[in-house]
Design a protein. Structure first.
Length: 279
């Protein structure tokens, strides 16, 4: 089955005269079983809206529609837009949008909080920015299912003492879970690394803009110097004296000598709330 879908995708690329662009991270999935796993992870309800990031040749798009979804497919590559519009011209459940996912105004898509899902095969260079963009600038989706590099998926799902800025950023908004690992041989052209399907179940956070801003100000400061003690990083990043930082961390039962990688989301929130509630 993989051979037939692989040949179909190669034939379609030949028809278009397209060589996949490395600059856009274009590696086309050619494993039908993996398409089914992605759709299953989304748990699509009939006529539910799914935003697809980078539909490419529209292979996953068709699987989504077959599962009952209404699809808003956002594609950046001009070479693929006319192809997609022609391919799905008779399907009212599919809307093709030419835009950059990092720049598009989500209000123009008619999305509502907790009432849509997001799916996409995301290149490495885009992963962190895309996740933050969706969580911070869009109405919160109910669920996000992404294909990312295996290492990135593992970093996103990390626990203390192996946390990172990426892990904290994602876990602040959602509960991530690796659904399946995917061999590099499941793509055309084959990338240099394996991938993983990751599901992000968004948490119902009613956060004020200043709370989010303060949280990430503290977290970025905490991770600014690798393998440095928390108190030293916060002192440098927040422009607060080391003595004051040490005292405040001690008051909330956090050892100033700990490193950022060892802290939980709850501890970061505790630090943020304490620092910004003080006069």
């Amino acid at each position: 089955m993989q051979n037939s879908i692989s040949q179909k995708i190669k034939d379609e690329l030949d028809q278009l005269g397209i060589e996949p662009k490395k600059s856009l991270g274009q590696n086309f999935l050619v494993n039908e079983g993996i398409y089914r796993k992605i759709v299953a992870a989304l748990e699509i309800k009939r006529d539910e809206t799914v935003v697809e990031i980078g539909p490419g040749l529209g292979t996953l798009t068709q699987y989504l529609v077959n599962a009952g979804a209404k699809v808003i497919a956002i594609e950046k590559d001009r070479r693929l837009i006319d192809w997609l519009k022609n391919k799905f011209k008779n399907n009212p459940k599919i809307k093709i949008v030419e835009n950059d996912i990092l720049k598009i105004d989500p209000r123009k898509l008619g999305l509502e909080k907790d009432n849509y899902k997001v799916v996409g095969n995301i290149p490495y260079y885009l992963t962190s920015r895309l996740i933050r963009t969706v969580f911070e600038k869009w109405p919160h989706p109910e669920k996000i299912v992404l294909m990312v590099q295996k290492e990135v998926a593992q970093r996103i799902c990390a626990k203390p003492p192996e946390m990172s800025l990426l892990a904290v950023s994602v876990q602040y908004y959602s509960k991530p879970k690796i659904i399946s690992y995917v061999s590099r041989n499941s793509f055309y052209p084959a990338p240099e690394v394996d991938s993983a399907i990751i599901k992000l179940e968004t948490q119902n956070l009613e956060l004020k803009t200043n709370e989010v801003k303060n949280f990430f100000k503290v977290v970025r400061a905490g991770f600014a110097g690798k393998r440095k003690q928390l108190a030293n990083n916060l002192t440098a990043g927040l422009k607060i004296s080391k003595q004051e930082i040490r005292q405040k961390l001690t008051l909330i039962d956090i050892d100033p000598q700990r490193r950022a990688e060892t802290l939980t989301i709850e501890e970061w929130q505790r630090i943020t709330n304490f620092l910004f509630s003080q006069g």
